[in-house]
Design a protein around this ligand. Structure first.
Ligand SMILES: Cc1cc2nc3c(=O)[nH]c(=O)nc-3n(C[C@H](O)[C@H](O)[C@H](O)COP(=O)(O)OP(=O)(O)OC[C@H]3O[C@@H](n4cnc5c(N)ncnc54)[C@H](O)[C@@H]3O)c2cc1C
Length: 300
């Protein structure tokens, strides 16, 4: 009988009990340090030896980074809020409905109880499902480091597959969604199986001002570019329009313009041509759903 020996890559394990200790540990660990949230992406990287982990900083005990808070001006989502909690959040605020619906089709129910929102974003997969629906809600992220922290637009977080602007030891603490105007959001997503990552994802939101014209339009894609992508070209066509002017023909034109911003690749899951086609179709449908929701009174 033959046996297989697997070499386990060893790392130093640190379990801070508060945020200050966590970012101090992150700073001390340098480039080999990695925050361990749900571990659902990190575990695979560790097993596959994709990226070395010299120090694992277990942040699961930082309870101040958990949960969703809503006040009149914003929704605040803690970094360690799990996908299962996001999935159950639709009743908390209408702006959370499309985010909750996407969380419900991610991973498996068991994985969703571990996986966190910050882990999904900081892992920086082009297919990170929570990125497009958060980008279209105008989400910002807040970070902490041993000498301060900063706030930035979520869409500015991603630089390349698995790469972000975060510096060594910089920890994402929470995500904020500003609340303003009458807004509705929708999305479309295609995956091969219920546990697979998205082949294509498109999310959009429209906000009406008091005169009933579109004051903000946002479209964002997953799995069609090296990073989650905001599709600015399609948005321009929708700004300043009334609901009556958002005709199927205009939505089709906006979806086609948005799809032009995509830069998909062929990979083992599907072809670039399929992604380019479906992202246009999904965007057109998501825009139509969004207009229908606004016609019924919007999300708020
Ligand atoms: C079976 C399975 C199915 C999956 N299906 C999907 C899917 O359908 N859609 C999808 O998008 N993903 C999917 N994933 C990927 C994964 O589950 C998600 O990306 C998840 O949200 C990652 O969260 P986590 O807390 O487990 O991250 P972790 O694995 O703990 O961390 C991921 C990365 O983010 C960093 N990090 C974590 N938290 C922070 C923080 N607060 N500040 C700075 N850096 C941080 C870590 O250091 C690491 O580099 C799947 C994974 C599995 C195993």
């Amino acid at each position: 009988m033959s046996t297989t020996t697997t070499e386990i890559a060893r790392f130093t394990y640190v379990r801070p009990t508060d945020l200050a200790a966590a970012v101090a540990a992150g700073a001390a660990a340098g480039p080999g340090g990695r925050y361990w949230a749900g571990g659902t992406d990190l575990m695979l990287e560790w097993q596959r030896k994709q990226r070395p982990i010299e120090t694992s900083i277990d942040i699961t005990g930082l309870t101040e980074l958990r949960g969703i808070l809503i006040d009149p001006s914003e929704i605040r989502i803690g970094a360690l809020t799990t996908l299962a909690e996001i999935e159950r959040s639709a009743a908390l605020h209408p702006d959370l409905e499309s985010l909750a619906a996407i969380a419900a089709v991610m991973c498996t129910p068991q994985t969703r109880t571990l996986a966190t929102v910050a882990g999904n974003l900081c892992n920086a997969s082009p297919a990170a499902d929570l990125a497009p629906p958060l980008i279209v809600l105008g989400a910002r992220i807040a970070t902490a480091t041993s000498d301060g922290g900063r706030e930035l637009e979520l869409e500015d977080l991603f630089t390349a597959p698995k790469q972000t602007v975060l510096t060594d030891g910089e920890l994402l603490t929470h995500i904020t969604i500003p609340l303003s105007g009458q807004r509705a959001a929708s999305y479309g997503r295609i995956a091969r199986t219920v546990v697979d990552i998205a082949l294509t994802l498109s999310a959009c939101s429209l906000t009406l001002d008091q005169q009933g014209t579109v004051s903000a339009a946002r479209i964002a894609f997953g799995s069609v570019a090296p990073t989650p992508l905001r599709a600015l070209s399609g948005e321009q066509l929708l700004l300043g329009k009334t609901l009556a002017e958002l005709t199927p023909a205009l939505l089709a034109e906006a979806a086609a313009a948005a799809a032009g911003d995509a830069n998909p690749i062929d990979d083992i899951r599907t072809s670039a041509a399929y992604r380019r086609h479906t992202v246009r179709v999904l965007t057109q449908r998501a825009l139509a759903k969004t207009v229908a929701r606004l016609s019924r009174g919007g999300d708020q």
